[in-house]
Every structure is written in C-alpha cells, then in structure tokens.
Design a protein around this ligand. Structure first.
Ligand code: FMN
Length: 232
C-alpha cells in the first residue's frame, strides 16, 4: 500500500486544550500506521485570516475594484500568490486526507480557520464553475471536521435548544468542503470535554484513535442525497 499523506489543520491557541490532545492523538496513531503527517498550527504560524490584496505579489489587475476571487485566480495562474497561501496549497494538494481540528466558535470554526478557507481555497486552485461538488477538484481527497464543543450532545439534537448539528455543519461540510469536491467523512465531535471527567476525556481520545486506524476503509457521508433528490 502506498504511504498515505495526512494534513491536519489545527486551530487552537492552547497546548493544554482538549483540541491539542486530539491533534496529538491523531499525529501519533497516523504515524504509527505509516502515514506521513503534516500539521498546520494556525495560531503558532500567526496565520493571516483576512482575504486582502496583500495576498498577491506584484500588480493587481483592478485596484479600484479589487475582486478577491478573480485577482487570486490570476495570481495563482501566474505563481504570484503569497508564500503562506502557496505553502498551504502544496500541503493540501499532496494530502489524501485533511483533518480540521478546532473548538466550535459561534456554531462554526474560529476566525483563523475561516481565514484559511477564504485564502487557501482559491478560484482555479480549489474550484471552478465547471468543477465543483461531485465533479470537484478535490474529489479524490477525504476531509473530516474534528471539533470540541461547550455544549452537550442533547443541546444539538433537532429538538435541543441549539437545533440539529447537521444543519449547523451544512455550510462547512457542503458549502465549503463538498463544494471543492472533498469526500466528507462523518464529523468527529468531542462533546463538552471541559465538563468531562479525566476518564471521560481519555475514552473520547481512545475512540478517536481507534476511528483513525480505520479511516481509509470508510466511505464518505451521504448528507447530500436528500438535497439531490429534492432537485429532481
Ligand atoms: N461551544 C458551543 O457548543 N457552541 C458554540 O457556538 C460555541 N461558541 C464559542 C465561541 C467562542 C468565542 C468561545 C471562546 C467558545 C465557544 N464555545 C462554543 C465553547 C468552546 O467550543 C469550548 O470551550 C471548547 O470547544 C472546549 O474545547 P477545548 O479544550 O479544545 O478548548
């Protein structure tokens, strides 16, 4: 079997967090299974979260009306995207699996990770009008959201106070990941680790490690089936 490559995009400020422990567990188990693992530690990298004209080296085409998607498309074609974006795009292109590890912030990802999506998944590189969803550029790559919450699981049930977690994750899993073609694996949700006992936290990490041993064997989510049927 060819060596599999995994990219972990990690967004937490604190080495003492549960997110950090989940990232460490993933690195350990994947390396033990002979995968090569790269970690983008976004806070440590001081990753720029804002999509601006500074992401392009040299002249922009229209500085009066700067359009991020079109300008970065041109810059990507000509190899003029900023070095930090180019480096993340290289890691992404080489990966067979990408894991996003983060704490849920306001029903979505922390701003620094949203910035990674905005800046790395550029037009031309990650999607075009012709190449998206099941025909998407990254259709050979698996992607998985792995995150911690402050909420208990019952709060994110369809009748819970926060509503259905599947609805919450739709913009991330469908609007970003599947849009770019990724095979979206079931999310790994660590419910309220701050309220868990040390034994509870260890059990969550053990379950995560076990899941990763089998990660190449499972197929992706069929979240979109209902959506596709409703269009026909
Ligand atoms: N927890 C939720 O369940 N839903 C949220 O929408 C949510 N929003 C948050 C926004 C901010 C700015 C912060 C600081 C925390 C939020 N939390 C929310 C709680 C964190 O998700 C929780 O503290 C974290 O996942 C705990 O894991 P950690 O040890 O990896 O930090």
């Amino acid at each position: 079997l060819a060596e599999k490559k995994v990219l972990i995009v990690y967004a937490h400020q604190s080495a003492g967090s549960f997110s950090a422990a989940a990232k460490e567990a993933a690195v350990e188990v994947l390396k033990s299974k002979d995968c090569s693992v790269e970690v983008s530690d976004l806070y440590a990298m001081k990753f720029k979260a804002t999509a601006t004209a500074e992401d392009i080296t040299g002249e922009v085409k229209n500085s009066e009306h700067f359009r991020y998607a079109e300008e970065t498309k041109l810059a990507w074609d000509e190899g003029r995207l900023s070095a930090d974006i180019t480096e993340e795009q290289r890691k992404l292109q080489e990966a067979d699996l990408i894991i996003f590890q983060f704490p849920m912030y306001w029903f979505t990802v922390p701003a620094i990770l949203k910035g990674w999506f905005d800046r790395v998944l550029t037009l031309g590189f990650a999607y075009t009008k012709e190449k998206r969803y099941s025909n998407g550029i990254f259709k050979k790559t698996k992607a998985l959201l792995s995150f911690t919450t402050g909420s208990q699981e019952t709060m994110f049930s369809p009748t819970g106070i926060n509503g259905d977690m599947n609805v919450t994750l739709w913009p991330l899993q469908n609007g970003i990941l599947h849009y770019c073609g990724f095979q979206v694996l079931a999310p790994q949700i660590f419910w309220a680790p701050e309220d868990a006992t040390p034994e509870g936290r260890s059990a969550m990490l053990a379950a995560w490690s076990t899941r990763l041993v089998w990660v190449w064997e499972v197929s992706h989510l069929c979240l979109w089936t209902a959506h596709i049927h409703s269009r026909n």
